[in-house]
Structures are given as C-alpha cells and as structure tokens.
Design a protein around this ligand. Sequence first.
Ligand SMILES: [Zn+2]
Ligand SMILES: [Zn+2]
Length: 277
Amino acid sequence: MQVEARDAVLLCESCYRRLRRHLEDAADLVGHLRSIADPTKAAAYDRVRVQSSSIEIPAPVAADLIDASNDITTTLNMWANHVAGEDRPGAGLPAGVMADAAHHIVQLAVDVILEDLDALANDSHQIGALCDGVVVVNGGAPEVWTVADAAVRWPLEDSPRWAHAACPKCDLMAVRVQPGRNGRPARYRCSTEGCDWEANSNDDGGLWASVFAEPAPAEVRPHDPRWLTLVDAARLVERTTGTVRRWVQQNLLEPQLGRYWQDDVLAVAALKKGEAA
Ligand SMILES: [Zn+2]
Ligand SMILES: [Zn+2]
C-alpha cells in the first residue's frame, strides 16, 4: 500500500501518530519508572504505599530505571529548549526526585514540544533526530533510552477495550480503544501483527470517535403508536404545540423520550375543556 505523508508534514501519518503518542505518554512513563525505581518516592503519583525495607529491587534493574527516566528527561528537555530557540543540552532529573515531581518536569517539556510538533515534523533537519530520541526501539539495555524503549520494557497500564468496528487499514476486528486521560483524546490502535494503524478521537475531524464509539443501548421500548410526537399530540386535541408544551410546564403532562402518551393528552385536553366551560 502506498504510504501517504501527513498533510504538509515530512513524516508519514502513522509515524507522526506514533511519535505524538510516545510524547503524550512520556511524563506518565517517567513517573511510573520513578515509582518502581524507588517506591518510597511514589508519593501521590502511584498511590503506592509500601515499607521501603520490604522492597528489594536488584541493583541492575534499579540502575536501568534510573538511566531510562533520566535519558528520557534529558532528551525531552533538550527538544523543549530547541523549540524555545535555545540549543543547549537538556537537564536530567534531580537525584532522588519524587515520581510526581519527575512527572511534572517531563510534562512541562512535552507540552512545549507538542505545541510545536507540526513545525518540527516539517523540519527535515530535526524530525529524524526527534524520532531517534523518542520512537526508535533499540531493545535490551540501550546506550540512550528512548520513550519507546522504556514503554516496551515497563508498559503503562491503560486497560484498553476491544473496539466494535474493524481496523480501517487491515480490516480485522483488532482495534483496541484506550480511553482518554489527563485531558487527552481517546486512542485507537490496531493490534494486528504488522498493521501500524492508529488514531485518536480528534484525528480526521473526529471520525474515529464515532466509528469506535460504544454501541448505543437498544431502544428500551419498541415504538408504540400511542406514544405521540409533540406535533401529533397537538393535532389530536386540536391545540397548538405551544399549548401542549405549556401543559408539560404545568406538570399536567409528562413526556417520555420526547413522546406523549395518547390517553394522557386526551385526559389533559378534557380537563382544560372542563375548566374553560
Ligand atoms: Zn512512516
Ligand atoms: Zn489493522
């Protein structure tokens, strides 16, 4: 299949979306790494409450966690500096930083980068390097950890559900829906091996939000012709729709799902006729 470049962007659509997803996840991921590396520092972030003495993480694992969270922070701070017009190295995390503080540091950088992502994606001198630092999976214990490396090794728990519609690319019922969090849009990702389709609920004019929406519950009640529309109710008793609405406002009549029970309409009309007489 022909790869289509995102409009006015040097990246193809799926690479752009993968890059965006990893950037959006970076702060949660670093917070997650910090709370596994040192559960006593989890604080409010993971709401992990553990006795520090009961936790034994083998030294190399803890070192990887610290390296990974520090590398990601350094990379993202460097890119945030670049976007701000200052080409200088990015700061890492302070030693022993709390998970929620680490999350905050990374989120600040990410917000700056995301704001400028379309411009970066159009910059042939920058986009390759940004992808190398964020989405490339090196595997094992890499020299410099990317966001994607850490996401593979210590995945974020996001409890996605299966979508009720097929993937628009491979046509299989293999799309997973991850609800939006932290003010971010919901995501749809195909889980078919080799299919890299993904989108969020804002992409393509919000199309995917409707395609992958939870099916609405079936109508509770089959339509009974004695449930009248406002217009039919008014016509039945030879009144205006405004009059019938006024009966509703006076609590004489109670519509259900916008419809009016025929006998109730007749009863109220008879009552009103009696009052007028
Ligand atoms: Zn691509
Ligand atoms: Zn697919």
